[in-house]
Structure formats: C-alpha cells, structure tokens
Ligand binder design. Structure first.
Ligand code: MD6
Ligand code: FE
Length: 221
C-alpha cells in the first residue's frame, strides 16, 4: 500500500529539484552532492586504508572478486568461502575496522535526509575500488538487518555505468552513468532490487588516478 503510493508518486514526478533524479521508485540520484567534500573524503579514506588495506575477497563459490574492498565503521561487509556477512573485525588483521570518519558519516546523514530518510546513522561503510576492467555483477544487498533504512552510495573518481534491475536477477537492467561526486540514496521499494556495475573503462581522474572509488553506507546491525 505504502509502496504503491510511493511508486505512483515517483513515476509521475519529474526531477525533484536541481540535480535530483528519480532512478526508480525509492532510488534517488543526487548529482554532484558529494563533489564539494570529495577531497576531504579521499584524505580521510587514506587513513582508513592505512589500517585496513584494500583486498580482493573471494565469493562463497571461490572466485576472486575483481573489485578491491575495505570497510570502516562498527561493522564491515566480508565475503569468503563461508558466505557473506557483517563482521566487527577485519579478518586479515583480526582487529576492529577503523572508525568511520566524521566526514563520511555526516555526508551520508545529509544525503539520506535530502532523500526523505531523516535520522540515518550508518554503522557500516563498505569501500569499493575499481581498476579498469573491474566489475560487480548483478546482486541484491540483503545482508543488513533492517531493510527500512536506505543505502547511501557515493561515487568518486572515474565514471562508471551502474546497472539497475528488478526483483529477479534475470529482469532487464537499465544503465545509469555515475560521475565523480554523484550520490544515490536507495531505499523503500528499491531496497531489494538487483544492481551491478559494468566493467570500468580506462581513464585518469585527478583525485583518484586510474580508479573509481565507491562508498556505500548502511545501517547493517
Ligand atoms: C558500486 N554499489 O557502485 C557498487 N548497492 O560500486 C552497490 O553495490 C550498491 O551503489 C546498493 C545500493 C547502492 C549501491
Ligand atoms: Fe550493492
């Protein structure tokens, strides 16, 4: 019922303000929302990565992912032969994940509020780093405890094509180009939709070099 209402509203709605686009019911693209804080985010990320370096995890099926990942915050997303889960410790070091920098948490809170999710306080930030050719195949994000909270996704560095599909993995996916500084807030009826990232095209970005960095903020626990 609430989902139907949201759906009909979002479909009728033209862009909700300058730089705001509805990608699908429940998924809002805030163009350039993070651009003014990107340098600060990347400087803070350097300190996170010093303590918890990027690594390529394995899927439960034993394939090595092309995207390199790390985490900050109380919980970190990990994948290995045992499955996918959130873990308070970095399995590579046995230590807790580095704390989430204030610049990260504040941006995520502001972006979620802008999209109608007041009070978003993420406890997990998954950091994805794509080199040219790296990709993320269609998946759902469903390892979090409460799907009532959205995911806030921040794109930095090289552009990428985000795939946005349906409830089933085989549903046709639309392609959405994401640029440096773009933020997607993804919740409500979009929360369990399949999505992925096409193979990154080569390029050079002044702040990230030959890579794209994506921060996804979640309330996981
Ligand atoms: C990425 N993002 O953009 C991967 N998941 O690098 C995701 O998998 C994602 O952007 C859920 C919600 C938003 C996302
Ligand atoms: Fe995802």
């Amino acid at each position: 019922m609430a989902a139907d209402l949201f759906e009909s509203l979002a479909i009728e709605m033209p862009p909700i303000g300058p730089g705001v686009e509805a990608l699908a019911p429940g998924a809002l693209l805030l163009r350039g929302f993070a651009a003014s804080v990107a340098r600060e985010l990347l400087a803070d990320l350097r300190r996170v990565v010093d303590r918890a370096p990027f690594r390529r995890m394995s899927t439960p099926g034993g394939l090595r992912m092309s995207v390199a990942m790390t985490n900050c915050g109380e919980l970190g997303w990990v994948s290995d032969r045992r499955g996918y889960r959130y873990d308070p410790a970095d399995p590579d070091s046995g230590l807790r994940w580095p704390p989430m920098p204030d610049s990260f948490a504040e941006l995520a809170r502001r972006a979620a509020g802008h999209a109608g999710f007041a009070g978003f306080a993420p406890d997990a930030c998954l950091v994805n780093r794509y080199a040219p050719g790296a990709r993320l195949s269609l998946h759902q994000d469903r390892d979090e405890r409460d799907f009532g909270w959205p995911i806030v996704s921040v794109s930095l560095g090289l552009p990428a094509i985000f795939q946005f599909g349906g409830a089933r993995r085989s549903d046709k996916a639309r392609r959405v180009p994401l640029q440096h500084g773009d933020v997607v807030v993804w919740g409500g009826p979009a929360r369990l939709k399949h999505h992925g990232v096409l193979a990154l095209a080569d390029g050079e970005h002044p702040l990230t070099g030959r890579s794209r960095v994506n921060l996804t903020f979640r309330k996981a626990g």
